[in-house]
Design a binder for this molecule. Structure first.
Ligand code: GTP
Ligand code: MG
Length: 542
């Protein structure tokens, strides 16, 4: 995308980004502050502290269908919601596949044996920055891919005149990706270090595949922003239209709180481990990352490396080559990160990233809250289907239980593969997420040439869901600096403005107010292949 003209010129937006991703209580991982503690400098909308105090994150709002008259009304509705009723599980179940709900036993869940802490990493950055190569190298260095396999890749890649791409083949597994040397789908793999288990999500860098990148970012705890230091490549990636900025901003909007910036290709002959080049890349990136809302002191770290030869990944770069860097290598650094608070006691919630058929319907994605055991019953939203858990995997290891923070596969009984789509959510049968077509949201317009009026439509990306959405009404403008309400019922909003809008999706989507469940309440709007706005759900209407 071409970011808003004002991103460089206007520091005010940075505050807005920060605000959009703060106040995330227990669901957003944070290494630096205890859960529930707003990030420094965060303003809060006057709407929702009392929602946070409610026991259940699940509540209904009134259904008047009309945009609220004013800002206060939005807030009042939010905070005075009655508690969610138990759903009637029978609703919407087709008779031929119906699973009878089991009588609810008061089951005290016991956490299954000790497992390494689970962290989800997404590799992001401009096309050809070296994400897949780095990923392949990490899989090799951690023993997940053996030398023989790599040698085979090397031979085959050579036949395609893509010799230097062989490491990326560990993650770029389909023919098209290997032929073109471009990742299309988000690659998935895992590896372990002494203390942690990592799910590695290798996002595509090409602008055409940004929607796939968003799908990876929404499962991530940490983003690894890969930057090519090679002459000319850093520049192309970072300039307007390059994906470096867009990916960093999308990762922030997806809830990523910690960014490791790998300055890659340091071995390249145009770089030669130059300290000056490393500093140049870092100094140009930092102000922008700050604008995206990352705290440069506590949430961002820069490291030099070479994905191609592995330098700086497992062991520190040799001091003869790189005497100026004394920081940690990548693997020891991520192994040492503070554990992330996970919301284990909450209702089970897992947005489905994708699915396939394998003697049953297998869904995968990241568990955002709670736990689930084999043979449990779950509710698949939004179609309210009762399903039974036949088998569970934590990445590729079969397990009896999965829990918040893990990237898992779930084999289900009671639903056909064709009936599940990305963006569906597996929920606790008694406390499912909300489903809606209409919701009110605070939206910041990042980039859009013309004005946006009611009736404008775009593509909504919210957790793993992608849905067409249109603006039903613009409720009021919001001052970007103070977060106070501005003009009521403006006729339009334009680039760099923030507004509260009523949005309507074409189909039903699973959403929650941001304050209650950030991971299901933050979203991106895209139009004609560009990210035009980001936002958070304030209130679910109907
Ligand atoms: N010299 C050098 N070249 C590298 C390094 N890492 C990657 N490359 C080369 O950069 C090219 C692109 O690498 P990929 O790993 O496919 O890049 P990517 O970021 O995954 O690209 P997309 O998936 O298309 O976004 C390949 O030719 C790699 O060999 C490195 O550390 N040093
Ligand atoms: Mg790639």
């Amino acid at each position: 995308m071409e970011p808003a003209e004002s991103w460089d010129a206007d520091d005010k937006l940075s505050g807005q980004f920060t605000k959009l991703n703060v106040d995330a209580p227990v669901f957003v991982p944070s290494f630096m502050s205890p859960p529930g503690q707003p990030a420094p400098g965060s303003g809060s909308l006057p709407d929702s502290q009392d929602i946070l105090d409610k026991e259940s994150p699940l509540s209904e709002t009134n259904n008047n269908g009309e945009p609220p008259a004013d800002w206060e009304c939005v807030n009042a509705d939010d905070s005075s919601s009655p508690s969610r009723e138990n759903p009637s599980p029978e609703e919407g179940i087709s008779p031929e596949e119906e699973i009878a709900p089991k009588p609810k036993k008061e089951k005290k869940r016991v956490e299954e044996g000790p497992r390494k802490q689970h962290l989800n990493l997404v590799f992001i950055g401009h096309v050809d920055a070296g994400k897949s190569t780095l990923g392949g190298q990490l899989l090799y260095l951690t023993g997940m891919v053996d030398k023989r396999t790599l040698e085979k890749y090397e031979r085959e890649a050579k036949e395609k005149n893509r010799e230097s791409w062989y490491l990326s083949w560990a993650l770029d597994t389909n023919q098209e990706e290997r032929d073109k040397g471009k990742t299309v789908e988000c690659g998935r793999a895992y590896f372990e270090t002494d203390n942690k288990h990592f799910t590695l999500l290798d996002a595509p860098g090409h602008r055409s595949f940004v929607p796939n990148m968003i799908g990876g970012a929404c499962q991530a705890d940490i983003a690894v922003l890969v930057i090519s230091a090679r002459k000319g490549e850093f520049e192309t990636g970072f300039e307007r239209g390059g994906q470096t900025r867009e990916h960093a901003m999308l990762a922030k909007t997806a809830g990523v709180k910690h960014l490791v910036v790998l300055i890659n290709k340091m071995d390249d002959s145009t770089v030669n481990w130059s300290e000056t080049r490393f500093n140049e890349c870092r100094d140009k990136l930092l102000p922008y990352l700050k604008k995206c809302g990352f705290n440069p002191k506590t949430e961002v770290v820069f490291m030099p490396c070479s994905g191609l030869n592995g330098a700086g990944l497992k062991d520190p770069v040799s001091s003869s080559e790189c005497p100026w860097y004394s920081g940690p290598a990548f693997l020891p650094y991520i192994d040492d990160l503070k554990p992330i608070e996970r919301y284990l006691d909450g209702p089970f919630i897992m947005p489905v990233v994708d699915k396939y058929k394998d003697m049953g319907t297998v869904c995968y994605g990241k568990v955002e809250s709670g736990m689930c055991d084999r043979s449990d019953q779950l509710l698949l939203m939004p179609n309210r289907k009762i399903v039974e858990v036949l088998q569970l995997w934590n990445d590729e290891d079969e397990v009896q239980q999965v829990k918040s923070g893990e990237n898992v596969k779930v084999k289900l009984k009671g639903v056909e593969e064709e009936e599940v789509s990305a963006g569906f959510v597996l929920c606790d049968i008694e406390k499912p997420c909300k489903v809606a077509k209409i919701f009110d949201a605070q939206v910041v317009i990042l980039e859009h040439k013309s004005i946006i009026c009611s009736g404008y439509s775009a593509v909504l990306h919210i957790h793993a869901a992608v849905e067409e959405v249109s603006v039903k009404a613009i409720i009021c403008l919001v001052d970007r600096k103070t977060n106070e309400k501005g003009q009521m019922k403006p006729r339009f909003v334009k680039q760099d403005q923030a507004a509260i809008m009523r949005l309507e999706t074409a189909g039903v989507v699973c959403v929650e107010p941001f304050k209650l469940f950030p991971q299901m309440g933050r979203f991106t709007l895209r139009d004609e292949g560009r990210t035009i706005a980001i936002g958070k759900v304030l209130r679910v209407v109907e």
